[in-house]
Each structure stands twice: as structure tokens, then as C-alpha cells.
Design a protein around this ligand. Structure first.
Ligand code: NDP
Ligand code: GDR
Length: 344
């Protein structure tokens, strides 16, 4: 059976992709970073951390030598590059680190592939953030890019490098332009999970009020488990290409807040405007959500909505789970975690 390498197995997508590939009989090498306390909670929650075909290997994206040794040692035939400094907000505070990890880190892997084995099939985790200040609605593979964050700029570099290595060296290098995808395994710094975790804490009386930034931002939110399947499908296609994965539906952060509280049986109503906007409990009048400008970004991506028709036509990929279902799943998972007294 095939051997695959996933960078960033400690992240949301890395965990789901590892689960998928193991279920297909792959041997999977998953990379993690050496830190003072490595966190494997996602693969533990999925129950795959002790799988005999899963091997965890230390790797830092910024080290070219490690990339070369990694490919040499694992003999992987498919490489999924999911590791990144992936938090847009942080990229404004740490633009250089973001460029080194998210941008140059990808180039290190592409170089390693060119040196070790150009027959490796490569997947690059590109993003709708590259569309930024959007030039068309909805966005597809032909839409011009206009990134609005150091993260988006770094990802755009990695995206074009992926295409450049495809065209220059005939490497089977795919770029998946994935729109936001969520799940109970989403990191708590991202807005959907921040909201569902807070809903659980408020419901249990452990938090009074949730503070958020821009409530008007619109995102095309899909289900992470379905998106990792799309990644795999890209690497099984007859030729390497670039694909958008999205749901073609967009929702404001404000509406996701309402949806999440509703999933926990709490009815809310928004009042006021701008930094004075709040959401109050319709029965008690208590303020449960307020705006804190500290969560605003120096430049914002106002509206994302993707057109996944190429992926449907050429790969047979389609999103199925609705945002309401994803939200319900996330709230339920956070209620259980908070009842148990721990939440990552
Ligand atoms: P996460 O933030 O959950 O995971 C990122 C992973 O990258 C973690 O395993 C992290 O390790 C690892 N990592 C960070 N820095 C380094 C480094 N220097 N060396 C090695 N590993 C590193 O991201 P997601 O799973 O949500 O996303 C996966 C990929 O897809 C990312 O590249 C992201 O930018 C991209 N993407 C995500 C979308 C989404 O909506 N989720 C949409 C479009 C693209 P550690 O645990 O140690 O921090
Ligand atoms: P995004 O996701 O930036 O789209 O990047 P995030 O969930 O961080 O933000 C979505 C929108 O919500 C607004 N927002 C807040 N965001 C956060 N994190 N915290 C808040 O309190 C808050 N209040 C409002 C943001 O301003 C933004 O408009 C994600 C990441 O997974 C990237 O790695 C990936 O490439 C893109 O999705 C597609």
C-alpha cells in the first residue's frame, strides 16, 4: 500500500486527513513540531494516535535539510503540506515568521521533492485568503488574487511556487484553494470554535460574555472532514491542477453567533451598532456578546464565497454538510468537553 506524509498532523486538517488515509490502508507519516508540550489531542480524540500504520515524526518546515531527510527516510509517494502559521490575526503581529513558515516552508518541501524524488505527488494547502479584497463574486480558479494579510501574501507565494514547480519540473503538484472549513477539531483561536466553546461555557455558567471583533465579515464555511477528502481526490486525479473547494454559501459572523447560541437552546437578539453592538438574551436581557476592537484586524477580508464547480466536474467532489449541522456538531462537542472539565 501507499505511504503518505502529512505535515501538520497536530492541526485540524492533518488529524482528519490521517484518519482518512489510514482508513484507506495507507502508511502515514505525520509531522509535529518539537515544543515544550506537544499536543496530540486531535489524533487522540479521533482514536488514531496508536494506529500501527501511523508514525509521528519531528519536523520544522523552516529547515530544508530536515525536509530532504524526511522524504528520504519515509519514502512517501504522496506529500500533503498542511503545516503553516495559519492564524490570519497573528500574521499581522508576526509577519516575518509567517512568511518563513507559511511561504518559504512550502518552497523547502518543493525543493526537497525536486532533489529526493520528483515523482512524489504534492498537495499544497492554499486558501481563499489569497482572494482577500475580492475581485469577483463568487471566487473561482480564475479570480485574480488580492491578499489582505501577511498570511494571505505568504500563501500566495507558496501557491505560485507550487504551480511553478509543476510547470518547470513536471512535478505532480496540486494547489487546493480551500475556503474556511470547520469542525469540532477546529483551533479555539478561529472564530467559529471560539464562539461554540464560549456558548458551552456560557450555558454552563462558566463565562459571562463573549467578546468578538468584526461581526460583519462573511465567510463560506464548510465541513473539514469533507475538505480533506477533496485533498486526497486531487492527488488521485490524472493530472495535477488547482481546485477551489467551497460550499457556495456565505454567512456573517453575526449569523453564526445566533446559530451557535440557538444550537444550545439560547435565543439572542443583536442591538446597537459598530463597537457598541451587543447581543442580549431575549428572555433575561443579559448581555452575552459584545464587540471588542482588539479583535479587529488592520485589514479585513469582508466577503468570501467560493464556486466549487470545477472540483465537482473534474473530481466528483461536493460539500454535503450544512453550516447548521456543522455548528450543532461543534456546540455539542464543546458542551461535552466543558462538562468533562477540559477543552483544548
Ligand atoms: P491548524 O492551525 O489547525 O494546523 C497547522 C499545523 O501546522 C499544526 O500542526 C502546526 O503545529 C503546524 N505548524 C505550524 N508551524 C509549523 C512549523 N514551523 N513547522 C512544522 N509544523 C508547523 O490548521 P488547519 O488544520 O486548519 O489548516 C491546515 C492547512 O490548511 C494550513 O496550512 C492552513 O493555512 C490551510 N487552510 C486552512 C483552512 C481552514 O479553514 N482550516 C482553509 C484554507 C487553508 P503545532 O500544533 O505545533 O502548532
Ligand atoms: P479566517 O478565520 O481569518 O477566515 O482564516 P477566522 O475564524 O480567524 O476569522 C473569520 C472572520 O471572523 C472575524 N472575527 C474574528 N475572528 C477571530 N479569529 N476571533 C474573533 O474574535 C473574531 N471576531 C470576528 C475575522 O475578522 C474574520 O473576518 C481561516 C484560517 O483557517 C486560515 O488559515 C484559512 O486560510 C482561512 O480561514 C480560509
Amino acid at each position: 500500500m501507499k505511504t503518505a506524509l502529512i505535515t501538520g498532523i497536530t492541526g485540524q486538517d492533518g488529524a482528519y486527513l490521517a484518519e482518512l488515509l489510514l482508513s484507506k490502508g495507507y502508511t502515514v507519516y505525520g509531522t509535529y513540531r518539537r515544543t515544550s508540550s506537544v499536543n496530540f489531542w486531535r489524533i487522540e480524540e479521533l482514536g488514531i494516535d496508536k494506529h500501527p500504520n501511523l508514525h509521528l515524526v519531528e519536523y520544522d518546515l523552516t529547515d530544508l535539510g530536515s525536509a530532504i531527510r524526511l522524504l528520504d527516510k519515509t519514502e512517501a509517494v504522496e506529500v500533503y503540506n498542511l503545516a503553516a502559521q495559519s492564524f490570519v490575526g497573528l500574521s499581522f503581529d508576526q509577519p516575518v515568521t509567517t512568511a518563513q513558515i507559511t511561504g518559504l516552508g512550502t518552497l523547502n518541501l518543493l525543493e526537497a521533492i525536486r532533489i529526493v524524488n520528483p515523482k512524489i505527488r504534492f498537495y499544497q494547502a492554499s486558501t481563499s485568503e489569497m482572494f482577500g479584497k475580492v475581485q469577483a463574486i463568487p471566487q473561482n480558479e480564475e479570480t485574480p488574487f488580492y491578499p489582505r494579510s501577511p498570511y494571505g501574501v505568504a500563501k500566495l507565494f507558496a501557491h505560485w511556487m507550487t504551480i511553478n514547480y509543476r510547470e518547470s519540473y513536471d512535478i505532480f503538484a496540486c494547489s487546493g484553494i480551500l475556503f474556511n472549513h470547520e469542525s469540532p477539531l477546529r483551533g479555539r483561536e478561529f472564530v467559529t470554535r471560539k464562539i461554540t466553546d464560549a456558548v458551552a461555557k456560557i450555558k454552563m455558567g462558566r463565562l459571562d460574555c463573549l467578546e468578538l471583533g468584526n461581526l460583519d465579515a462573511k465567510r463560506d464555511w464548510g465541513y473539514a472532514k469533507e475538505y480533506v477528502l477533496g485533498m486526497w481526490m486531487m492527488l488521485q486525479a490524472p493530472k495535477p491542477d488547482t481546485y477551489v473547494l467551497a460550499t457556495n454559501r456565505t454567512t456573517t459572523v453575526r449569523d453564526f453567533v445566533l446559530m451557535a447560541f440557538q444550537a444550545a437552546g439560547i435565543s439572542l437578539e443583536f442591538r446597537g451598532e459598530g463597537i457598541n453592538e451587543t447581543a442580549v438574551h431575549t428572555a433575561t436581557g443579559k448581555t452575552l456578546v459584545r464587540v471588542n476592537p482588539k479583535f479587529y484586524r488592520p485589514a479585513e477580508v469582508d466577503l468570501l464565497i467560493g464556486d466549487p464547480s470545477k472540483a465537482k466536474r473534474e473530481l466528483g467532489w461536493e460539500p454535503r454538510t450544512t453550516l447548521e449541522e456543522i455548528c450543532q456538531m461543534m456546540v455539542e462537542a464543546d458542551l461535552i468537553r466543558n462538562e468533562r472539565g477540559y477543552s483544548f
